[in-house]
Design a protein. Structure first.
Length: 568
């Protein structure tokens, strides 16, 4: 083949082939749009799914100038995604040469997709999280039922009570540390919430209890890193680890060429695997010896439920393999870490600039705790309704999982959506059914649903009291937390709702109530000038300067958040 023929072929594949595909997509979607009134947005270029996540940040400057770039960016750009919905409606379709994506912030569509787990599957992208083994987060269909059934006991009331006790223990050390800072100024609040969440997970996952200061830092015999440091390094460097571990053998061969940071990531990845293997072996040994006392941690629970399923004579597929146990332990650590830690960090920052809310939950905390030195989970957590309202409101505006992707099992899957221009409050009559065209995925924009003025009065205002029903004569204990409405799903909904929801709620109420029982939090600045208004504006700006970083919404400059924490 001549050089010019080669060039023509390359040109065809680079330009014409995608263009032809796009034209065919456009044709299918045009009919759909005619039927349903949805907006179609055409993008000239889409670099085939996942790599876009890598390319997109590099192209960031372009997003400012080209509308189509901004729309693609909406898949990961958090607030930008919500703005697209304001502009194009609750449902719109992006048509590109590679695939089509329906973006929705429509509570009707979101609820239906999350309810129909057998029809709307988690896309292959999730499988990248099979780092240590397949797990409940990444599998679909019957496999999912098996994983979910065996992992469910990890989140029972016994575990919640254990989470509460461990949270209180960790938080007492954290708040004592904060109160002892020179000038009562705390600069590592965001980091501290991450350490705390990690330690609670280490205890709940492995039964390894850490001290808040430093934790267990000595490597166990046969290890180079401590358990905690191995897990911390894996969680903090997940993208690097996802890139290097599929080529583990090759990376080993060229290890001498790699920078120390990459080598350390590989080491941490292996060390965590080894620790988990050892914990599984130990747990099995204890189980066979004592034949009894079950511990309230994930490994113990998973082994027992899995082995019990086998003993009870279910087919051998009703249990989890050791790799799947490892996969689930890892996914609990991953899914439960930044999500809860970031929610706590946002809540502290927001409370510092909203003294009226601090007073409001302070009233509840004083009433519930009185002088109880050892508050029990069963009596205390259910009474902390205002504190939970703070969590709801923080998740509404800064929910760590702003968007959820799904793909239909087969083409032409029906999907109920709210009719464009229909009043949001209309019920069944305001909906229509569309048939999802082939080669189309869906992105559920939870953040857009949580921040639209259709559903929330003053949606951008952080106002936890919107979740509490009371009248001026209602006594505190009679107040009620509103049931979560259809348009509020920070933990998702339906059968695949987050299994760690209660875990995170217990941890959140435990941390906030323990800190605010003793301390009052106000904004501060790096240079220590506590001119109130300036400090308030600084913290407010830092909170607003957030983005979808890695897998969760986080502050871009967490190290710049300074708080003053004084004894109440
Ligand atoms: C504020 C805290 C949390 C929030 C907002 C949150 C949110 C979510 C959301 C939205 C999903 C659905 C994702 C999807 O379908 O793609 C999810 C799933 C999941 N979460 Fe959480 N989560 C939180 C804490 C936790 C904790 C503490 C754990 C475990 C210790 C956990 C474990 C999981 C697991 C295993 C799944 C997958 C469930 C399945 O697919 O069946 N999460 N979470």
């Amino acid at each position: 083949m001549s050089y010019s023929e080669l060039l023509a072929l390359a040109f065809f594949f680079a330009i014409f082939f995608p263009l032809l595909r796009q034209l065919s997509h456009l044709y299918t979607n045009y009919t759909l749009a005619r039927q349903t009134g949805l907006r179609i947005i055409i993008v000239p270029f889409y670099p085939f799914g996942t790599p876009w996540l890598i390319i997109a940040p590099l192209c960031a400057p372009l997003f400012q100038h080209f509308e189509w770039c901004r729309i693609l960016n909406a898949t990961w750009a958090w607030q930008d995604g919500a703005r697209q919905h304001e502009r194009y409606g609750e449902n719109f379709i992006v048509v590109s040469p590679a695939k089509n994506v329906i973006y929705t912030s429509d509570k009707v569509a979101i609820e239906e997709v999350l309810k129909e787990r057998k029809v709307w599957l988690k896309p292959k992208l999730y499988e990248t999280m099979d780092l240590y083994g397949r797990n409940v987060d990444t599998v679909n269909s019957e496999d999912w039922s098996r994983h979910r059934k065996i992992t469910a006991p990890c989140f029972n009331e016994r575990v919640s009570s254990f989470v509460w006790d461990e949270t209180i223990r960790q938080t007492q050390a954290m708040v004592a540390h904060w109160l002892s800072q020179p000038g009562a100024r705390v600069s590592r609040m965001v980091d501290d919430t991450r350490v705390l969440a990690l330690h609670v997970l280490c205890a709940a996952g492995f039964g390894v209890r850490q001290n808040f200061h430093g934790g267990v830092r000595n490597p166990a015999p046969g290890h180079q890193l401590s358990h905690r440091d191995a897990l911390m390094t894996v969680l903090n460097n997940l993208i690097t680890i996802l890139i290097i571990t599929p080529q583990e053998a090759f990376v080993d061969k060229v290890a001498f060429l790699l920078p120390p940071r990459i080598k350390n990531c590989l080491l941490a990845f292996r060390e965590f695997r080894q620790y988990t293997d050892e914990a599984i072996a130990l747990e099995r040994k204890l189980l066979s010896q004592a034949g009894g006392a079950q511990k309230a941690n994930f490994i113990s629970t998973l082994i027992r439920t899995s082995d019990q399923a086998k003993d009870e004579g279910f087919q051998s597929t009703a249990k989890l393999t050791d790799d799947e146990i490892k996969g689930n332990i890892f996914i609990f650590s991953f899914a439960g870490h930044d999500t809860t830690a970031n929610t706590l960090a946002y809540a502290f920052a927001l409370l510092s600039i909203h003294p009226e809310v601090q007073n409001w939950i302070g009233e509840e905390i004083d009433e519930v705790f009185r002088n109880d030195a050892d508050p029990k989970y069963e009596d205390t957590h259910p009474q902390l309704k205002r504190v939970l309202a703070v969590m709801y409101e923080t998740l509404r505006l800064y929910g760590p999982v702003p968007q959820i992707p799904r793909g239909p099992l087969s083409p032409n899957t029906p999907l109920t959506i709210t009719k464009p221009n229909a009043s949001i409050s209309t019920s069944a009559t305001g909906t229509t059914t569309m048939h999802v065209p082939p080669n189309t995925e869906i992105v559920l924009n939870l953040h857009a649903m949580h921040t639209t003025s259709h559903h929330y009065v003053s949606p951008q205002e952080w106002k936890p009291s919107r979740w509490i029903t009371s009248s001026s004569s209602t006594r505190l204990e009679e107040e009620k937390l509103l049931p979560r409405p259809q348009n509020f799903a920070p933990w998702a909904s339906g059968p695949r709702i987050c299994p760690g929801m209660k875990f995170s709620q217990v941890e959140f109420t435990g941390v906030l109530s323990t800190v605010l029982r003793q301390a009052w939090v106000t904004p501060s600045t790096k240079d220590g000038s506590d001119a109130e208004e300036e400090a308030r504006k600084t913290v407010q700006a830092l909170v607003k300067d957030s983005a979808l970083i890695g897998a969760t919404v986080s502050m871009r400059r967490p190290g710049e958040v300074w708080l003053r924490v004084v004894r109440r």
